[in-house]
Structures are given as structure tokens and as C-alpha cells.
Design a protein around this ligand. Structure first.
Ligand code: NAP
Length: 460
């Protein structure tokens, strides 16, 4: 009895920590605390579960813990830019686990499975199985081991929804006739196939949004598992995961100006016929680190806009040095953060926080956009799509309507990138051809480093 109480209290504390973790994760100032709360919550949840007196033997659990640690430790060490595909793999493992537990539970209880249990169990294995293969496909596309380009064919949505309908039909039959146990494997195999078919038509560009949706499915299947196993902790944690994943996918779609149905059925991310070489590009103005340093040191207001290139170059520490030398000279330096800059939500915030840039200097798009008119220099470091004015002006552009950082309104625009390559959306950026724009060609880390040396050396 005493152990029962300890387990209940442990679960209650874990639940509270999960809720607090989500709350704290929503601001850079408290994000570290949020991660810690999530970790402690998960530790308590596992520890509480291990206290259950129904556990017959700890041997298999110990083997699983060792195996999980062996797989988990290297997974936690991937580069920041590979976190989306790493997360997709974690979802795949979680979903596989849910599907296996559901399967075991069915065969333990069959043929006398109560209708409610059979209903939630079906939801659990259908969502679990499709999330498993869907997440593996998403990881493959993000890691570029599978083609990023969407593969579409006529009647695709009909085939996909048809598959799902068959799985739901089988589930309904099993709810009424749980003794028809030979139907159960089909209720797993069909969603496994559906998971693959569901991701095939979705292009690489939409993959992070889809991942966040798969996260939501994994959460819902875990909540369903909670009903099957009678675990309140699983129901709450699964529901939190399901809801937060859904909210995140909707927010990401909004930030990219894509409707949700469009993400799922639109085959976005198709290879653009890149105009690049064929069309003659207009000339651009470029500048050296010395020239850039001179302009920056003479400015009174600078807004730095980081993007994916800063992450690739790992330039955040050099950016911090730039922030320091400029502020020391009395320049007002702020950072404009676009919600989908980089390759995952919060990507820029994490990198800049790692370099200890004060949080109050990081301004969200809506808060900084009004400032550009009074900004002397907008310094773009490895960002491209999130600054593309075509999103505002060119109705034929694939990113038309996506909210952007209005850097083109600043007095001078400086862009650090290696060449004239397109960004994630694969499209030209008219910003680079404006009279007020100076292109600073080079690797972000090296170029920012050279500017810092120039300013610190007293030039400009
Ligand atoms: P971006 O449009 O992908 O552009 C990044 C730019 O960085 C490239 O044009 C590249 O040009 C430059 N670059 C790459 N390596 C560099 C280096 N070592 N040094 C300097 N520059 C380098 O990036 P973004 O403006 O951050 O936009 C993010 C894009 O990802 C958006 O289209 C968004 O919709 C999409 N996306 C974001 C998320 C998310 O959650 N954040 C999710 C899915 C999709 P060069 O090759 O010429 O150097």
C-alpha cells in the first residue's frame, strides 16, 4: 500500500513537472529550467513505473535500459542542424513502443476485449504504426538519404484516405467482434503502409511541420495507451504532447504562410526550376570586411538578422564578439528573429543563447519590424528566405504571403553569405540587387571574425 502511494505521488510530481516544463520552454529566459524539469519529470515517471509490484522480473527491463542508453547517448550528440531528423527518429522509436505494447495488450486480453478498451487500443496501434513508418520516412528525407522531392501520382489522396478507411473499418469490426483475432495484424500492417504513403507526397520543405504533426500523433497514441493500461500519467503526458505538437504545427504553417491541408496534400517543396545559370543575373554590389566594419562602426542602430547559414557556420560566438565590439562603441545592436529562421523552431534563439547574447536583445519578427525604418544597418548573417521581399510583393512567388523581416526598409542592408545560392525555398532574392544592399561574400564565421578584428583594431 505504501508503495502504491509513493508511485501515485511520484506520478503527480512528474505530471506537474511536464506541465511546468512546457510553460518554461516557451521563453528563452526559462528554457534551460524547462529542459531540466522535463528531464526530472521523465526520470520520476520511469522510477515510479519501476516500483510497480506487478513487475515479475527486472532482467528484461535492465537489458532494455542498457540498449536504450547505448542508442540514446550518440543520438543526443548530433549536430544542432541535424536535430529535426534526430527528433523524427525518437518519435519513430516511441511510436514503435506504443504499437508493440498495444499488440501485447491485445493478445493478453483477446478474445474478451471490452468494447471501450478495443476502441482505444485500435486508436493506439493505428496512430502508433503510422507514426512509426511516417517518422522514419521523415527522418530519411531530412537526412537526405531519401529523395526530398515530393512524389505524387493521380488519385494519391484517394488511395491514402482509402487505406486509412480500411484500417478504421477493421478497428470497428474488432470493437464489435474482438474474437476475430486474425484481423488484428492487418490493423497494424495497413497503417504501417499508410505512414510511408502519407510522407511520399510531402516535400522536404514541409518536413519539419509534418514532424511536429507526427509528434502530435505519437502523443495521442500514448494517451490512448494510457487508457488501455489505466495510467493517468500516460494519458496526461500524451495529451500534452498531442496538443503541443498540434499547436506547433499550426504555428509553423502560419509562419510559412502554408495552410495545414496544403502541407498534408499540397506536394510543396517540388524542385523549383532554378533560374540560376540560364538567366543573366543583374550585378550586385559587394564589399570587403574593412568596408563593412567602417559602416557598422559609424552606425547608431544595427539590427542583426541571423539565419540557417549562421547555424551551419557555427558563427554565433563570433556574432557575440561583434555585438560586444559594437555595443562598446555605443552602437545600439538588436537581433531580429524570424519564427522559421534556420531549420527548426527556436533554432536561432538556442544558438544565440549558447553565445550568451542577452535575451532582451532578441526581438520577434512582429516586435522588430517597426524598427527597420529607423535602422542604419540591417546585417543579415546567413539568412535568405526570411528576408525575401518577394514574399510581400511578388504574387507569383512560391513564398508569397509568408511574413518576413522587413530588412529592405533599413538605410543600408548588408548580407553575409558565401555566394548567390538560393535558400531553403530554392528561389531568387531580389533584396540582393537593391542599390542599398552590400553583399559580403564569405563564410559567416570567417567574415564576422574579420569584421570584429577590423573594428577592434580601431578601423572604421
Ligand atoms: P535559408 O533561406 O535556407 O538561407 C540560408 C542561406 O545561408 C543560404 O542562402 C546560404 O547561401 C547561406 N549559407 C549557408 N551556409 C553558409 C555559411 N557557412 N556561411 C554563410 N552563409 C551560409 O535560411 P533562412 O533565411 O534561415 O530561412 C529558413 C528557411 O527554412 C525558410 O524557407 C523556412 O520556411 C525553412 N524552414 C524552416 C523551419 C524552421 O522550423 N525554422 C522548418 C522548415 C523549413 P550561400 O550558399 O550562398 O552561402
Amino acid at each position: 500500500m505504501a508503495t502504491e502511494h509513493i508511485i501515485e505521488v511520484t506520478y503527480l510530481v512528474a505530471t506537474a513537472l511536464f506541465i511546468l516544463s512546457l510553460k518554461w520552454l516557451s521563453s528563452p529566459a526559462t528554457a534551460r529550467r524547462g529542459v531540466l524539469a522535463g528531464e526530472v519529470g521523465m526520470f520520476l515517471a520511469v522510477a515510479g513505473t519501476l516500483l510497480h509490484n506487478e513487475i515479475v522480473s527486472y532482467k528484461w527491463i535492465a537489458i532494455a535500459l542498457v540498449l536504450g542508453t547505448i542508442i540514446g547517448v550518440p543520438l543526443g550528440r548530433v549536430a544542432m542542424t541535424a536535430v529535426p531528423q534526430r527528433t523524427a527518429l525518437s518519435h519513430a522509436f516511441g511510436a514503435l513502443c506504443v504499437t508493440l505494447v498495444g499488440t501485447a495488450e491485445f493478445y493478453i486480453q483477446a478474445p474478451n476485449v471490452p468494447a471501450f478498451t478495443m476502441g482505444v487500443l485500435s486508436l493506439e496501434v493505428i496512430l502508433g504504426a503510422l507514426t512509426f513508418t511516417g517518422s522514419l520516412m521523415a527522418a530519411g528525407k531530412l537526412q537526405e538519404v531519401l529523395p526530398q522531392r515530393p512524389i505524387t501520382y493521380k488519385g494519391q489522396n484517394f488511395v491514402n484516405l482509402g487505406l486509412l478507411a480500411v484500417a478504421v473499418g477493421i478497428a470497428a469490426t474488432l470493437v464489435m467482434h474482438p474474437e476475430k483475432t486474425m484481423l488484428f495484424p492487418a490493423m497494424i500492417v495497413i497503417p504501417l503502409l499508410f505512414g510511408v504513403m502519407m510522407i511520399i507526397p510531402i516535400g522536404g520543405a514541409d518536413m519539419p511541420t509534418v514532424m511536429s504533426l507526427l509528434n502530435s500523433y505519437a502523443g495521442l497514441s500514448a494517451a490512448a495507451m494510457g487508457f488501455v493500461l489505466g495510467s493517468k500519467l500516460l494519458i496526461i503526458a500524451g495529451a500534452l504532447d498531442g496538443a503541443s505538437g498540434l499547436i506547433l504545427s499550426i504555428n509553423m504553417s502560419k509562419a510559412m504562410n502554408r495552410s495545414f491541408t496544403n502541407v498534408l496534400f499540397g506536394a510543396f517543396g517540388q524542385e523549383e526550376t532554378k533560374a540560376g545559370g540560364a538567366k543573366e543575373a543583374p550585378p550586385v554590389r559587394n564589399a570587403t570586411p574593412e568596408e563593412a566594419a567602417g559602416i557598422l562602426a559609424a552606425a547608431s542602430k544595427v539590427v542583426i538578422v541571423p539565419g540557417y547559414g549562421m547555424a551551419v557556420a557555427q558563427a554565433q560566438h563570433k556574432v557575440r564578439e561583434l555585438y560586444d565590439v559594437l555595443t562598446k562603441r555605443g552602437v545600439d545592436v538588436k537581433f531580429g528573429i524570424h519564427p522559421v529562421a534556420g531549420r527548426m523552431p527556436g533554432h536561432m534563439n538556442v544558438l544565440l543563447a549558447e553565445a550568451d547574447i542577452p535575451y532582451d536583445k532578441l526581438l520577434e519578427m512582429d516586435d522588430i519590424n517597426g524598427d527597420f525604418l529607423e535602422t542604419d544597418v540591417a546585417l543579415i548573417i546567413g539568412a535568405n528566405d526570411v528576408t525575401n521581399p518577394a514574399a510581400r510583393e511578388d504574387k507569383s512567388s512560391p513564398i508569397y504571403g509568408m511574413p518576413i523581416l522587413d530588412v529592405d526598409k533599413a538605410r543600408t542592408v548588408m548580407v553575409i553569405k558565401r555566394g548567390m545560392a538560393a535558400g531553403f525555398a530554392g528561389i531568387e532574392n531580389p533584396l540582393y540587387y537593391m542599390d542599398k544592399t552590400l553583399m559580403l561574400f564569405g563564410d559567416a564565421k570567417n567574415f564576422v571574425g574579420s569584421i570584429v578584428r577590423e573594428i577592434a583594431g580601431g578601423h572604421g
